[in-house]
Ligand binder design. Sequence first.
Ligand code: NCD
Length: 305
Amino acid sequence: MKNIISTHQFKKNEVKKILARAGAMEENVKKGKVKQILKDKIIACVFFEPSTRTRFSFETAALKLGAKIISAENAMENTSAHKGETIEDTTKILCSYADLVIIRHPKSFSLEAAAKVATVPLINAGDGTNQHPTQGFLDLYTIKKEHKRLMNLNIGFGGDLLNSRTLKSLVPLLRLYTGNKFYFISPKELRLPREFIKELKENEVQFEELKSLEEALPNLDVLYMTRVQKERFANITDYNKVKDLFILKKKHLKNMKKDAIIMHPLPKINEIEKEVDEDPRATYFHQAQNGVYVRMALLCYALGL
Ligand code: NCD
């Protein structure tokens, strides 16, 4: 039994195997030949925060592999969390019903707490501003698919880096490969936590922190845009101050490499101008679709199948 709580837990050989498995899943889905290896399994999908892609792609992945699903959306209202039950107690109960439990929760590190009491594999579908490991894997898979390599890449992250759990999940995976350099592009208010930066420095990771998108664009092989995370702000005034600072516009695209890719975990609000969607470098809708194949592989990994 393996939990998937953070991308920090993975060694390179495991990552490689998961990517290969996801590739095989994609082929099988496209050939219409998916084996029903989870046909005796019940999977619980419990989301204490809103989700479109993560929940639906997990459920699609589970259904394609033949599993059955029990689920709660809006779980803060619709489960006993509403009555004050702890995440630990809820997890214990879910584990006594299902063969695998997937949880998204607004509180950072709540999945670590849940993992302490879990008796079946537990998957973190996003915990506050901390981690979203399965998104990290689908992002890595997307980069590999588009660039045919995971090393010697210049990867820029733009927008709300402070609150982005997807960045914090992808960077540890990309660090397993040599020659990658990170460009962290954000206004000062939304820059990465200093402890995150300190750890990068201590480990001699190649990176730069920049304040302007224009300055970084010509170097990048991957531009990973993020949404300003309104729900993480203490007040609306602070949000309003920064919400329109980083917008990728059509006019910027001429400064990007021909084979660069533009990624975004989605949902996007206004940080990418609509016209950018038509550019062949815009990868975000394919990226979201890759979530199904990658989550199929990760469900099997967690269940040891
Ligand atoms: C992201 C998340 O929930 O962290 N979305 C996703 O899972 N695809 C990013 C976001 O909400 O901005």
